[in-house]
Design a protein around this ligand. Structure first.
Ligand code: FES
Length: 562
C-alpha cells in the first residue's frame, strides 16, 4: 500500500520519539491560540510575512496578510502567518545582496520544518522576492508569490517623481550645483510618498513581472499599487488559490521549465528591466536544476525590443503600466515570442490566459507592440573580453549612445569607500573620456553592492557631464542609468583581470561587438598577477560562510552548497 504523506497538522512533526505525543503536544499549543478541531483539520497555509519597520516598502503588508487570510479561510484552509528575515534595500550595509541567500536559507527551512501544506510568499523589496522563490523551489512546497506593489508617484514643483530614478537625477543636479541644499531636502520628502516598492522599472518591479511570467504569481499580481483595492483583491484571490494548489500538491517545479525561464528572459528584455534580475533568474534556475546562462539572457534581449515605457529606460511609472493593462497586456504584445504552454499557478497555461487578454489599447502609450516598440532590441548586452573573460553586463537601453564605443584611460578606485573618498578630488585630473574603474565590490569581496554607477565627479558634473564609462565587479540599482558595465567576472577579489588594471591603462568598450578589453599586453598582465594578493576572508559568522561559498555573479551568486 502506498504511504500517505502526512499533511496539515501532522506534517513535519517535532521529533520526541513518540508520534502521537508529538501530535498531542502540537495541538495543545495551537489550542492556546484558540484553534479547535475544525480549524486544525484544514490544510495549513503559511504566510511568509516580511513586515519590518525597517522595510518601509512593506509597510502596507499587515493589511495584505489579513486579505490573504480571508481568501485562505474562504477556500477552507487555515492561514498561519510567520515572520522571516526582511531585507530593506536602502537600510542594509554593505548591501542587501549579502543577505539574499541567508534569507533564502531561513525561509526555506521555515517552510520545510513547520506544518505547512502551501505557502504565500509575501515580499516586494528587491532581494525579498528572489530569496523567497529560491526558498520555495528548494523546499518543494506549493507556493504563490504575492508582492506589496509599487508606490504612487510623488511630485515636486510640478515634476512627477519616482524612486529612485528621479532620486539619482536630482542628486546629480545637486552635485552639479543646479539644485541647492534646501531644494534637495524638499525633493527627499517627495520621492517616496506612500508605502510600496520603487515605482519605476527597478529590481522590485522587474522581479514581480518575472515571477508572474515564471508562473509563480497570479497573472494580475505584478502591477497593482501598494495599498490599492486592486492589490488587496489580488491578495484575497491568492489566498483562495493557494489552498487549491496545496490540495493538488503543485509545488514550484511543476511550473518552472526551460521554456518558462526563456519567457521570463524575453519579458525582462521587453521591460527594459533591471540588470539584477539576471543574477536572480540564474540563481532561481539553478535551484530548479534548469540551465540558464548569460548567453540565454543576451539572446533573448537581442531579439526583443523594449515594449514598456517606464523609467529608467522610458519616461513612465508602474502606475501607468498598471493602468495600461499591466503584465498580461505586455504578454499579449509578446504573444508570438512566448511559449504558450507555460503554466501559471492560477491553473491556466499562458496561451489560455492570453485568449482572454486584449492587446495594448490605442488610448495608452505605456505598452508598445512588436510593430511599434518603445525602444530597440538589445536592452541588455553581455560583454566579454580580456577584462571580463567570464562575462560582464551592460544595460544598453539606459546607456548614452555616444559612449557605447569608447576607448579611454582607466582611473582606478579600490572599493566603494575609495570612490567616496576620492572621486571629487580635482587633483585626479579626470576628464569625460576617463573610464572609471572600481574593483573589490564583487560577491566574494563584499556581497556585491549596488555601487557600480559611480558618481560623476562633481567638478565634471558642474561642467555639464552627465555620463562616463564606468566598469566594476559591482551591481547597480535597477533604477539607475548610464554607460555602466557591471558584474565583471571573475571579480577582482579572486584575481580577475579587474584586479590588474592600473591608472592610465587604456580600456576599450565596444557594446555593438560585445567587447570589453584591457589594452595591456599579456606578459605585463602576468607580471602584475604575481603581485596580486587575495583579500583576507572575514573571520567569522555568515560573512565568512558567504565569502567561502558564494558563486560568481554569472552563475547567480548563490552559495555553492545550496
Ligand atoms: Fe524597496 Fe526600492 S527600496 S523596492
Amino acid at each position: 500500500m502506498a504511504r500517505v504523506e502526512p499533511s496539515g497538522i501532522d506534517k513535519n512533526l517535532t521529533r520526541y520519539g513518540d508520534t502521537e505525543f508529538s501530535r498531542y503536544l502540537r495541538k495543545a499549543f495551537l489550542s492556546s491560540a484558540g484553534y479547535d478541531g475544525e480549524d486544525l483539520d484544514r490544510p495549513i497555509i503559511g504566510i511568509a510575512d516580511t513586515s519590518s519597520e525597517y522595510t518601509t516598502c512593506h509597510r502596507d503588508m499587515p493589511a495584505m496578510v489579513e486579505a490573504v487570510r480571508r481568501g485562505v479561510t474562504q477556500a477552507g484552509g487555515l492561514a498561519l502567518a510567520f515572520p522571516t528575515l526582511s531585507l530593506a534595500e536602502t537600510q542594509l550595509s554593505p548591501t542587501s545582496m549579502l543577505f539574499r541567500n541567508l534569507m533564502a536559507m531561513g525561509t526555506e527551512e521555515m517552510i520545510r520544518s513547520q506544518p505547512m501544506d502551501g505557502v504565500v510568499l509575501l515580499g516586494g523589496c528587491d532581494k525579498t522576492v528572489p530569496a523567497q522563490l529560491m526558498a520555495a523551489v528548494s523546499a518543494g512546497v506549493p507556493a504563490v508569490s504575492l508582492v506589496t506593489g509599487a508606490m504612487r508617484t510623488g511630485s515636486w514643483h510640478g515634476d512627477r517623481l519616482g524612486a529612485c530614478t528621479d532620486c539619482r537625477r536630482y542628486w546629480l543636479r545637486h552635485r552639479a550645483g543646479e539644485v541647492d541644499r534646501e531644494e534637495i531636502g524638499e525633493i527627499e520628502q517627495s520621492l517616496c510618498p506612500t508605502g510600496g516598492t520603487c515605482m519605476v522599472m527597478g529590481t522590485a518591479s522587474t522581479m514581480a513581472c518575472i515571477t508572474a511570467t515564471l508562473g509563480l504569481m497570479l497573472p494580475g499580481g505584478a502591477t497593482p499599487l501598494s495599498g490599492s483595492a486592486d492589490r488587496l483583491r489580488e491578495a484575497v484571490t491568492t489566498g483562495r488559490r493557494i489552498v487549491g494548489l496545496a490540495e493538488e500538491k503543485a509545488a514550484p517545479l511543476r511550473f518552472l521549465t526551460r521554456h518558462s525561464f526563456r519567457n521570463a528572459a524575453i519579458v525582462l528584455a521587453a521591460l527594459g528591466g533591471s540588470t539584477n534580475a539576471v543574477i536572480h533568474l540564474i540563481a532561481i534556475a539553478r535551484r530548479a536544476g534548469i540551465e540558464l546562462t548569460l548567453e540565454d539572457i543576451h539572446d533573448a534581449a537581442r531579439e526583443t525590443p523594449v515594449l514598456v515605457n517606464c523609467k529608467p529606460v522610458g519616461t513612465g511609472y508602474m502606475e501607468d503600466f498598471h493602468q495600461a493593462g499591466g503584465l498580461p497586456v505586455l504578454w499579449k504584445a509578446l504573444e508570438s515570442r512566448l511559449d504558450p504552454d507555460a503554466a501559471n499557478v492560477n491553473g491556466k497555461s499562458l496561451g489560455e490566459i492570453l485568449n482572454d487578454t486584449p492587446p495594448p489599447a490605442e488610448w495608452q502609450d505605456t505598452i508598445g507592440t512588436l510593430q511599434k516598440p518603445i525602444g530597440p532590441a538589445g536592452a541588455l548586452v553581455v560583454l566579454r573580453g580580456s577584462l571580463a573573460p567570464d562575462g560582464a553586463l551592460i544595460k544598453r537601453a539606459a546607456a548614452s549612445t555616444d559612449r557605447q564605443r569608447h576607448r579611454g584611460p582607466a582611473a582606478v578606485f579600490e572599493s566603494p569607500d575609495d570612490v567616496a573618498a576620492r572621486i571629487d578630488d580635482p587633483d585626479l585630473g579626470l576628464t569625460p573620456d576617463h573610464v572609471l574603474v572600481m574593483r573589490n565590490a564583487g560577491p566574494v569581496a563584499m556581497g556585491m553592492p549596488e555601487a557600480g554607477s559611480l558618481p560623476i565627479p562633481a567638478y565634471l558634473a558642474r561642467q555639464g557631464v552627465v555620463d562616463m564609462v564606468r566598469v566594476s565587479d559591482a551591481r547597480m540599482s535597477g533604477t539607475a542609468y548610464g554607460t555602466v558595465v557591471l558584474h565583471c567576472c571573475p571579480e577582482a577579489a579572486v584575481g580577475g583581470p579587474l584586479a590588474l588594471v592600473r591608472d592610465g591603462d587604456m580600456i576599450e568598450l565596444d557594446v555593438e561587438n560585445r567587447r570589453l578589453d584591457l589594452c595591456v599586453d599579456g606578459e605585463e598582465l602576468s607580471r602584475r598577477k604575481t603581485e596580486h594578493a587575495p583579500a583576507p576572508a572575514p573571520d567569522r559568522g555568515w560573512r565568512r560562510l558567504y565569502a567561502r561559498h558564494v558563486l560568481p555573479a554569472h552563475l547567480g551568486a548563490d552559495l555553492d552548497f545550496l
